[in-house]
Design a protein around this ligand. Structure first.
Ligand code: NAD
Length: 307
């Protein structure tokens, strides 16, 4: 029996975050149904999950059983996963985790759609920066809505920021805390204010790192190297590329709107997003990327300077 008492979890969106969330949910014993708009996205997402589970099996074999999972555990986890392109197939889930792109209107539409179809259990959003209270209002049952902000890559990162909207009930909060434990995660409680806790700290850090490049103070490479001196495992620019520069820009704008001009996005961040260079997922950002591995510094950045 799980601590949360939940049995079936729905995941909406099988992109970067959704496929990690679905993997962890299935590995933790939940029957897991993942919904996306196109069967080809579902096939690609399932393939990512399969490869990720295979890496765990290899780790198990290499470490003599100390790390990872054995092949039977992998098969059982994979068998708990199902996919669909129909929202109706999520209605018997005990809790749904939404992980579609960071677009407020899209997330609101999904929340309204679920309510219209009669879904009335807990709904959480993996949003990085949209107001939880706003998304809860679109669901129409704000007491059963909250934020569950997983970190990338989900199977590796233990922390999950959990955010209550203004009207989230204690029961919903307690169930989500218990779900974090069921998933082997550590909950980090934050309030529903722009950027919550993590991005309130991290996004201005990235923004300032970009300004250091714009002003010619240090190169991309050296900016990231600076943070190793602080004990960080990955620099702000590489992390921003991983997360997605569109998401970074969006959160900067949310912070600026709610908290003031100090949080204004740097011009270079805007230019990169305008050019469609969104980081690892598009093959270039501050770095060039092959199969989610950085292969060099983006040459377009090397000559970008503003005073
Ligand atoms: N990428 C990160 O590092 C990161 C970290 C923490 C939180 N987040 C947040 O997680 C959410 C998802 O981000 P992502 O990076 O996984 O995005 P992504 O673009 O990689 O994946 C989004 C998925 O949603 C699907 N989708 C789009 N519209 C849909 C719809 N109407 N119904 C069902 N599926 C739909 C897309 O087809 C895609 O597969 C965002 O809110 C983002 O801010 C991202």
């Amino acid at each position: 029996m799980s601590e949360s008492g939940l049995k079936k979890i729905g995941v909406i969106g099988i992109g970067t975050m959704g496929n990690g969330i679905a993997q962890v949910s299935a590995q933790s014993g939940f029957s897991t149904v993942v919904m996306d708009v196109d069967a080809s996205f579902l096939a690609k997402g399932l393939d990512s999950i399969n490869r990720s589970l295979d890496r765990l099996v290899k780790a198990f074999e290499k470490s003599g059983g100390e790390k990872g999972i054995d092949a039977d555990t992998k098969d059982q986890a994979f068998a708990r996963l199902s996919t669909t392109t129909r929202t109706e197939d999520l209605l018997d889930c005990d809790l749904i985790i939404e992980a579609v792109p960071e677009k407020p209107e899209l997330k609101e539409k999904i929340n309204r759609g679920l309510a219209e179809l009669g879904y009335d259990k807990i709904l959480v959003s993996n949003t990085s920066g949209i107001s939880i209270t706003r998304l809860g209002a679109a669901y129409g049952k704000p007491e059963k809505f909250m934020g569950m902000h997983f970190m990338n890559p989900v199977p590796m990162q233990q922390g999950v920021e959990i955010i209550r909207g203004l009207a989230t009930s204690e029961k919903t909060y307690e169930t989500v805390v218990a779900l974090c434990h069921d998933l082997g995660k550590i909950e980090i409680a934050a309030e529903d204010k722009a950027g919550f806790a993590i991005n309130r700290m991290f996004v201005p850090f990235v923004n300032e790192a970009i300004r250091v490049i714009e002003e010619g103070i240090a190169s991309v490479d050296d900016v990231d190297k600076c943070t190793y001196c602080l004990g960080h495992k990955m620099g702000p620019l590489m992390t921003a590329d991983y997360v997605g520069l569109d998401t970074m820009l969006f959160i900067c704008e949310v912070l600026e709107e709610e908290l003031g001009s100090f949080y204004k996005p740097s011009p270079l961040l805007k230019r990169l997003v305008e050019s469609g260079q969104l980081g690892a997922k598009t093959g270039s950002g501050f770095y060039t990327w092959e199969q989610y591995k950085a292969s060099g510094i983006n040459p377009d950045i090397a000559r970008y300077r503003i005073g």
